[in-house]
Design a protein. Sequence first.
Length: 131
Amino acid sequence: VCANLVMASPAIARTTRLQTVNITDRQMSLEGGEARLYRIQEARRSYCRIELIHMGEMGKWVEVFDFGPKLIAAERRQYSYNAYFTDPVIQETLTERTTLRSAEGRAELSKAFEEYKSIFRAPLIAKCQGR
């Protein structure tokens, strides 16, 4: 996870997985993937996190969104493999990283965040957003 994302100390924060969704079933990832919704509780605050992993034949991308009433931080990391993904020994290389720091990154990730929120149960997202 990047410095741009909310970084909680594992010793201080408690992470609870709220829901897992197979995004392949939703045609959001052709080679497989999964989305997870977490609640992260720290001593003085709590927030939620959506993590998605999209698998591909020659790479993957990982998206992470930290949010409460609004989007706090987000990041997309794209990786390429040095071999076909079914090879028993592959190396991943980070090829691209997008954050909220640029206007283009903000636009892309904000749009993705809105789409991905909709795949989780609405009451869970509402609770994450304080509604």
